[in-house]
Design a protein around this ligand. Sequence first.
Ligand SMILES: Cc1cc2nc3c(=O)[nH]c(=O)nc-3n(C[C@H](O)[C@H](O)[C@H](O)COP(=O)(O)OP(=O)(O)OC[C@H]3O[C@@H](n4cnc5c(N)ncnc54)[C@H](O)[C@@H]3O)c2cc1C
Length: 308
Amino acid sequence: MGLARNALLWISENRKLRQALPKYKFIRRAVSRFMPGEELVDALRAAEQLKPQSISAVFTHLGENVTDEGEAKRDADDYIDALRQIRQRGLDTHVSVKLTHLGLDLNEKACVDNLVAIVSEAKAVGNMVWIDMEQSHYVDRTLDIYKRVRKEYPNVGLCLQAYLYRTEKDLDGLLPYSPAIRFVKGAYKEPHSVAFKRKSDVDANFFKLTTTLMQHVSAGSKLVVGTHDTKLIQAIQDKAAQIGASKKGYEFHLLYGIHVSEQLRLAREGFSVRVLISYGSFWFPWYVRRLAERPANIWFVMRKMFSS
Ligand SMILES: Cc1cc2nc3c(=O)[nH]c(=O)nc-3n(C[C@H](O)[C@H](O)[C@H](O)COP(=O)(O)OP(=O)(O)OC[C@H]3O[C@@H](n4cnc5c(N)ncnc54)[C@H](O)[C@@H]3O)c2cc1C
């Protein structure tokens, strides 16, 4: 399984394969399991369908490592348009962005300008923007940008990855900002020198980080638990109940199409749940990371290959 995960993560970062493989119809058919469609309107429709189940959404317009500043600006404008359409439809839907989609690899100042444009539009329409966490070599710059923007905008949150050794210390450094943090396990190929390899170590760190932030929610921090791991979810719920945290005092975020029964259970039991819905044409690396999370998903792709 470790080998399959590593091979898939290598594919997700290979520029040639990123261009060639999405052309195959069976791969395009298989991706529909994880995203409702490539257009914003597909994501809006999916969010509307979740609403009656008391499930909110987070939209992400897929894209990363853009190589052109004009493209980064257009992508920021697309997010601004999405925020307006979310407002018009009366949806409770946040957005989540990647800094390399907004031009971090090209020009940090332009990237921050793009981010601020999105966050300030979100503030004007009473919405929230999450910053994804990418590979470990982006962590320092992402934290720095988050701290700068958070000083002025309370409606910006950040993703932290439990697989990194450094995250505990990073969380300490963020606490003075009363941060909004979405914890996830981490989706990239990282070396031993920076990341836990054993699932049990990642899970233990995830639990430790979430319970640390839980103690700061009453002081203005916001906690989001971003996982499909039902055991971990249960352990975090138990801990929250033990310290008297209310069910609405923190949120669960899960990905569209994954563990739908758990999404529904959480919402039914009165917890705040959001489903992250992706859209856009640059889905390949993101999709292969979803396969790497559960290499058994490859059988699903194979079935699509042989079905008409
Ligand atoms: C809302 C949200 C935002 C995220 N943002 C980021 C980010 O910014 N940066 C980042 O590095 N990572 C991000 N991730 C991905 C994350 O790091 C993990 O790779 C991913 O969530 C899988 O880990 P898990 O916590 O579900 O636990 P796991 O232990 O991997 O999975 C638990 C169970 O969930 C199910 N499952 C998990 N993944 C899949 C899948 N792809 N297909 C089918 N079943 C699956 C399986 O039943 C599995 O046994 C995000 C995840 C979520 C939910």
